[in-house]
Write a protein of this length. Structure first.
Length: 278
């Protein structure tokens, strides 16, 4: 495992979740492996409550694909008082303090939500230059979303509202700049108006230190196919997505592994679900 971690060409990927998301995680991993057949991966799982049997099952699944898994169990008291809303769990906060738990030898890691598909090579994203930035992320450039969140998070001055589901992390700089107490203070002060707590913290405290990524490539919101197509005068169609989009993100409450989901990319998700043996 140490050999993988220190390998210069290894792609390091972080997950923070609970057992409810292990099934979609395996589906996401299957899409990643299929579309990145020559890459070497080490995965880091931060959690507080997943059982040993489930951990061993996930480890076997990952090792079957010639990748490694490092499990980091977080003390249950971390973010205990932070708000947890609907399908958001307390594990979502771990990504903001991941630098405290990950090996010092890691300078960079890519955080991925489990509700995505990786449908093209991921290395160009991983090799994005982070010089001077804490994170690289995409914001979903819908005017209503952007303006509502700017008003909601006032007086914090944000230019864009970044999605926290795909985050390339500059761990070396985070260790120098991010103050744990600042996060606790923000949650305590703004508890009543936090809707998407992890994203609210990320944007209110650190948006000026986030490098913008192209959402159509690296955080394509699967709900908005028609919007992307209209925005690009028809350029961003299914063929464009198939050839260019790396991260297909199933944002929102409706998820493709649940019954009665009927989104544009449902059949693609079901394809990878079948390949993953789910």
């Amino acid at each position: 495992m140490i050999r993988r971690e220190n390998a210069g060409d290894c792609i390091n990927i972080l997950f923070t979740l609970n057992s409810n998301y292990l099934k979609p995680l395996k589906i996401m991993l299957k899409s990643l492996f299929i579309n990145n057949p020559n890459e070497m991966f080490t995965f880091y799982l931060m959690h507080s409550s997943i059982g040993d049997e489930e951990i061993n099952d996930l480890k076997a699944y990952i090792e079957k694909h010639n990748a490694g898994l490092v499990v980091i169990k977080v003390d249950d008291s971390y973010f205990d008082d932070a708000p947890v809303l609907l399908h958001y769990t307390k594990e979502m906060y771990y990504r903001l303090l991941a630098f405290k738990f990950l090996p010092e030898s890691l300078d960079k890691i890519l955080y991925l939500d489990p509700d995505i598909l990786v449908i093209n090579p991921i290395r160009p994203l991983y090799e994005t230059d982070l010089d001077g930035y804490l994170f690289a992320a995409a914001y979903h450039d819908k005017i209503t979303v952007k303006e509502i969140n700017k008003i909601r998070l006032a007086p914090y001055n944000i230019d864009a509202y970044y999605n926290s589901g795909v985050l390339l992390m500059n761990l070396a700089l985070q260790r120098k700049i991010i103050n744990e107490q600042d996060i606790y203070n923000f949650v305590e002060k703004n508890r009543a108006k936090l809707i998407m707590p992890d994203q609210d913290i990320l944007n209110a405290l650190y948006s000026r230190k986030i490098k913008s990524l192209d959402e159509k490539l690296y955080n394509y919101d699967a709900r908005f196919y028609r919007y992307y197509k209209l925005l690009t005068n028809g350029t961003c169609d299914i063929d464009y997505v198939a050839k260019n989009t790396v991260i297909l993100h199933f944002c929102g409450k409706k998820k493709p592994w649940k019954k009665n989901y009927n989104g544009k990319f449902h059949i693609l998700y079901k394809h990878y679900e079948k390949l993953a043996g789910m």
